[in-house]
Design a protein around this ligand. Structure first.
Ligand SMILES: [Zn+2]
Length: 314
């Protein structure tokens, strides 16, 4: 017998979640109770299939053919999001295309999940302000991001040339290609977090923090050795950066480092770090044309969330 709530179940992907099984009326044995439950599940499934909307391609119920393999989380999420349109079979035919547009649509969110601030989460290769002087620099980063491996060091004493912008664009590319979030950390706040953690957790805080940056498949370590701080803090930054970079090299993971220092400036702090970075692609940007900065600042008015021209982009 159907309850009234069951007969109301009709359209929509959430219909399947809206009712719970009833206790069998008079189960005698465990196996009778079990088969009664199985029968109710079968009937409910048939009801769901009958009431589900038709696939846009073949017209059969979108619930009629559920996956026979175990889809990964992304596949399931995407399938559920397109549920009202396609059966699983035709979803799979379209999967590659759907996946790409889904990831492009959700890339800003993926960047926020990776640790990029909301203000910077729209940065991409497409909205980078290209000029004659930065074209080579831009192209080098973009080509690397298409097949990222080992290290990419974006180094320049110039602020405003979009080091961070391009590093975030590379991280976005990685998400769209792989579906993995990666990680973005600015060195200053990262070190501050560790120092705060010290007072509570002692050395555990440090090793946990290093581990949190060692594990992601793709890391942007932004603004290496940026702080003009007392010597002991530089020493602290050096020790942490070396630990993170060493571990990532050892694990063969992809890392983008940005810094206001050149490679020799980094070598002066720790030659082991510059040597690891040299194992990848090092971009030393030594010169920009005179009106480069004003151009870049002007371009910021195009960013929808209206970030302040005096912030970021270093
Ligand atoms: Zn279909």
């Amino acid at each position: 017998m159907k309850s009234s709530s069951e007969t109301e179940v009709s359209q929509g992907p959430t219909a399947s979640q809206s009712h719970s099984p009833k206790v069998p009326e008079s189960p005698v044995t465990f196996s009778e109770a079990l088969s009664a439950t199985m029968e109710r599940i079968r009937i409910k499934r048939e009801e769901r299939i009958r009431s589900a909307p038709p696939c846009a391609v073949c017209g059969t119920s979108i619930l009629a053919d559920e996956p026979s393999h175990s889809p990964d989380i992304e596949e399931w999420t995407l399938y559920n999001a397109t549920h009202e349109k396609l059966c699983f079979k035709h979803f799979q035919v379209e999967y590659a295309k759907l996946k790409l547009s889904w990831r492009n649509e959700h890339a800003d969110k993926s960047l926020i999940a990776a640790g990029v601030s909301e203000e910077f989460s729209n940065r991409s290769f497409e909205n980078y302000r290209l000029t004659d002087s930065n074209k080579q620099f831009f192209t080098a980063v973009k080509n690397w991001a298409e097949h990222p491996r080992a290290f990419l060091a974006i180094l320049s004493p110039y602020t405003g040339i979009g080091k961070t912008h391009l590093a975030i664009a590379a991280l976005r590319c990685f998400y769209v290609d792989t579906g993995h979030f990666g990680k973005f950390r600015k060195e200053g706040p990262f070190l501050l977090d560790i120092r705060k953690g010290y007072s509570t957790y002692g050395t555990f805080a440090e090793s946990d923090a290093i581990e949190s940056l060692s594990k992601p498949d793709f890391l942007v370590y932004d603004d290496l050795f940026s702080s003009k701080e007392p010597q002991e803090r530089i020493e602290f930054a050096r020790r942490i950066a070396l630990a993170v970079i060493d571990e990532r090299e050892w694990q063969g993971r992809i890392t983008v480092v940005t810094s206001n220092l050149t490679l020799s400036g980094i070598a002066a702090i720790d030659p082991r770090i510059s040597s690891r970075l040299s194992g990848g692609l090092v971009l030393n940007v030594q010169s920009v044309d005179e009106d480069f900065r004003p151009k870049l600042y002007k371009s910021k008015t195009r960013f929808p969330n209206g970030s302040s021209p005096s912030m970021g982009e270093d």
